[in-house]
Design a protein around this ligand. Structure first.
Ligand SMILES: NC(=O)c1ccc[n+]([C@@H]2O[C@H](COP(=O)([O-])OP(=O)(O)OC[C@H]3O[C@@H](n4cnc5c(N)ncnc54)[C@H](OP(=O)(O)O)[C@@H]3O)[C@@H](O)[C@H]2O)c1
Length: 347
């Protein structure tokens, strides 16, 4: 039994602990909280032990906390850092490096430059085994993970026949349960979206990917509009859609009006957190024109990285064979079943 500490109990941390507590090979040793708010009791009522930073213990005097983060992580085999973007690097310097802890960081961090947290970005479809002996690994963000799921099968089948991948990322403003962030009436853009560099870091620097990113006032997922330009005529629609038929974590849907339709359906059949944990290619929005395939898919912002973290844990903690790890993740996440239900409902 391996002990895992989840440092941060927000959108991502709270999802990860819910799933890994059902894994009989892993014990959730505790979770790290920083603010003395109602989520402390929420975590305790769900059976988790809550730990807080040494210098903030006094703020938690009205809560039944179990100790300090600093002491607890020394007893653990792995930490999942689910802190706000950028904070993972600070944690690395003050907590993890001094204690020689193994850590999975999340996609809001960097892997290049002074603030780099890890030598590489994990994507289970691309580089599962590379994580086996690493001390620090970063799980790609939701958009970066989704792009890997789309681009890797294309790369394997068509290689250099692909001339360019031009993607417009339409990003959600805030998460469903994020009550602190007000969704503003605006469309914002990113001057240098991190996704481009992040995807190329694990797909290869020569990946001909060009990204523009816009943030829109919604809490319901991201959408990517990707134009895949070929040297010569593009493959047929059916050939492209066939490519994703058996891809894990990729569903192909028809007749969806918008991202909320999918979340509403997920809620109606009680998927945890209204997440599908996957990306959804919109078959009736996808078309082929001359040398270009115009592919549109939505990306479950909060759900997609949670099974990825589980796969990454299996690589780092058990060096489990890739196919066995996927089988084990499926036992907890039931993504094949979710995909079948989604494709049956939106057909
Ligand atoms: N949300 C998404 O859709 C999404 C998708 C993919 C990847 N990610 C990445 O996942 C990471 C976490 O995002 P999130 O959306 O879960 O953020 P979030 O909802 O804001 O939650 C962050 C959590 O971190 C805690 N925290 C604060 N300071 C901390 C510190 N120094 N060390 C550890 N934890 C600390 C907060 O605790 P208190 O509440 O107690 O203050 C809070 O529970 C980010 O890197 C983000 O980019 C997010």
């Amino acid at each position: 039994m391996k002990r895992v500490f989840v440092n941060g109990y927000g959108s991502i941390g709270s999802r990860i602990v819910q799933f890994i507590e059902d894994d009989c090979d892993i014990e959730v040793a505790g979770i790290g909280k920083y603010s003395p708010d109602e989520k402390v009791n929420d975590a305790i009522s769900r059976g988790f032990k809550v730990y807080v930073p040494k210098n903030r213990v006094a703020h938690f005097k009205n809560f039944n906390i179990s100790g300090t983060i600093e002491d607890k992580i020394s007893e653990c085999d792995l930490v999942i850092d689910a802190s706000p973007g950028g904070m993972g690097h600070t944690n690395k310097k003050i907590l993890y490096e001094p204690k020689n802890t193994r850590v999975i960081f999340q996609g809001g961090e960097k892997i290049i430059g002074e603030k780099a947290v890890a030598p590489f970005i994990f994507n289970s479809r691309v580089n599962y085994e590379e994580a086996f002996d690493k001390q620090f690994v970063m799980q790609g963000s939701c958009n970066v993970t989704g792009m890997g799921r789309i681009i890797q099968p294309l790369k394997e089948k068509y290689g250099k026949k692909i001339r360019r991948l031009d993607a417009i990322l339409i990003r959600r403003w805030a998460d469903l349960e994020d009550s602190k962030t007000e969704v503003e009436d605006s469309i914002e853009w990113s001057y240098k979206p991190h996704h481009d560099e992040d995807v190329k870091s694990y797909m290869g620097a020569d990946t001909p990917l060009f990204i523009r990113a816009f943030k829109v006032p919604t809490r319901q997922m991201h959408v990517h509009a990707m134009d895949i330009r070929f040297n010569g005529p593009a493959p047929s629609m059916s050939e492209i859609l066939d490519l994703y038929k058996n891809e894990y974590g990729v569903a192909t849907l028809y007749g969806v009006k918008g991202t909320k339709d999918i979340r509403d359906y997920a809620e109606s059949i009680k998927f945890s957190f209204k997440d599908t944990n996957m990306i959804h290619i919109h078959g009736d929005l996808t078309e082929v024109q001359d040398d270009v395939v115009k592919l549109t898919y939505s990306d479950d912002q909060t759900g997609i990285v949670v099974p990825e973290n589980h796969l990454l844990m299996q690589a780092m903690l058990f060096k489990r064979k890739k196919e066995d790890a996927f089988k084990h993740t499926e036992e907890l996440f039931h993504m094949e079943e979710k995909k079948r239900m989604l494709e049956e409902h939106f057909k």
